[in-house]
Design a protein around this ligand. Structure first.
Ligand code: ATP
Ligand code: MG
Length: 426
């Protein structure tokens, strides 16, 4: 027997039954960010490998072991994007979107990371993200966080998510802290796992990001970057906190929140839930004031976040907050006999012209009246229109009410549109 080819592990098909929920969620997020002035950007799924090495950082989980990297037919090293910010910044520099300008951008689409597939962790997954450029002040940080809070509110999730906040300070304060952290971690070298021992000298901050339960107490007791950040970053952070307090958005300060990528500075934040098991983060973001410069552009302060759509939708499903599909037809059009099939197609088109808001499902590839009416019932349609040789001869159409205890009626062709208008258009 032929072997059936299956999807790649960790890469999911999204079938029609779940896509209604996806589209609903995407629409809610899109409407909210657009009401804050964000405009859509679409960048390629494939970029030069160097882009991610230079932005995310060489010694990060993503670049070290999660990227889908391949040589194309020209011998160039390309990578399926593992996150959205790098491509967005690359495009902005390339098209001169940042120099002396303010930009608010949003994007959505698939990302690729070669992680171990499990609930909430896939190899192809989808993010909805925003990035704002050219605004150094704490007000945009606060506005962005308020915008995410509004999303949870709109989706009915506010009670089930919590916000963690931290500041990573500027470049210099990170450098100074680096030495303290290395000294501390070196003292406890035997408690570090293999990854962390390797990172001790290449990227010690990443050690704080470790999810290894055996290292959590070591991490909790490490010196805190938040205690060491520069005065300006401190003032920036205090102001973000003040603005959030004023808006009554609650948060927890987590001095160990460093986020997985190298490019962050100052404010970092993460929304998480305790209802999804280990894969608890649904949205992560932060400031990346040096990235545009690091990728060859003029200095442009920036901040952004990304929402993991699979996890967000799983959370909505968990609380039964997923709307039910409204893609049921209004009319099922049964066509009995060759003559009816010939006329039916055009009649259905004519009805669609006259009543564009009415959903019409035409029975195709014939069948007995009985089987067609069975399909009509199953489709969820309100009415069945029945056209057969008799109806054609008498220039009428039969109307069967599928959801009401009402007798079948016969409507003349001339009156069909006004009859249907009364039924479906208010
Ligand atoms: P985690 O700590 O769970 O690995 P992360 O810090 O790697 O998350 P980000 O790079 O900040 O995640 O991406 C933003 C969001 O994208 C996450 O909060 C999460 O909801 C989602 N996400 C990240 N990786 C995956 C994945 N492999 N599968 C599904 N969703 C993911
Ligand atoms: Mg990760």
């Amino acid at each position: 027997m032929l072997k059936i080819i299956q999807a790649i592990r960790g890469m999911n098909d999204l079938l029609p039954d779940v896509l209604f929920a996806w589209r609903h969620v995407e629409q809610v997020l899109r409407d909210i960010v657009e009401s804050y002035g964000y405009r859509e950007i679409r960048t390629p799924i494939v970029e030069s490998t160097a882009l991610f090495q230079r932005s995310i950082g060489e010694v990060t989980d993503i670049v070290e072991k999660e990227m889908y990297t391949f040589e194309d037919r020209n011998g160039d090293s390309l990578t399926l994007r593992p996150e959205g910010t790098a491509g967005c910044v690359r495009a902005g520099i390339e098209h001169g979107l940042f120099y002396n300008q303010v930009q608010r951008l949003w994007y959505q689409g698939p990302l690729f990371r070669h992680e171990r597939p499990q609930k909430g962790r896939y190899r192809q997954f989808n993010q909805f993200g925003v990035e704002a450029f050219g605004m150094p002040g704490p007000d945009i940080d606060a506005e962005m966080i308020l915008m995410t809070a509004r999303m949870w509110q709109k989706l009915g999730l506010s009670e089930h998510v919590t916000l963690q906040l931290n500041s990573l300070g500027d470049r210099e304060s990170r450098k100074e802290y680096h030495e303290k952290l290395v000294a501390y971690l070196s003292k406890h070298h035997d408690q570090l796992d293999e990854d962390s021992q390797r990172r001790l000298h290449t990227n010690p901050l990443r050690v704080l990001d470790s999810k290894n339960p055996d290292m959590q107490s070591l991490i909790q007791n490490a010196p805190k970057l938040l205690d060491e950040i520069d005065a300006e970053s401190r003032a920036h952070f205090d102001r973000v906190r003040f603005l959030l307090d004023q808006a009554e958005v609650s948060y927890v300060i987590n001095p160990c929140l460093v986020r997985g990528l190298d490019y962050y500075s100052r404010t970092v934040f993460e929304w998480s839930t305790d209802c999804l098991g280990a894969q608890s983060a649904i949205c992560g973001g932060g400031r990346f004031d040096y990235l545009v410069e690091q990728l060859g552009g003029h200095v442009a302060p920036a901040i952004g976040f990304a929402i993991g759509l699979e996890r967000l939708i799983a959370l909505l499903e968990h609380f039964h907050l997923i709307p039910v599909s409204d893609l049921v037809p209004d009319i099922y059009f049964a066509l009995v006999g060759v003559e009816a099939e010939d006329k039916g197609l055009l009649l259905a088109e004519h009805l669609r012209d006259a009543l564009p808001s009415v959903k019409i499902l035409m029975n195709a590839s014939n069948g007995s009246l009985k089987s067609q009416l069975k399909k009509a019932d199953k489709s969820g349609a309100t009415l069945a229109l029945i056209l057969g040789a008799n109806e054609i001869e008498q220039e009428v159409i039969a109307v069967k009410f599928l959801r009401e205890e009402k007798d079948q009626v016969v409507v003349s062709m001339d009156e069909l549109i006004s009859f249907l208008e009364k039924e479906f258009v208010n």
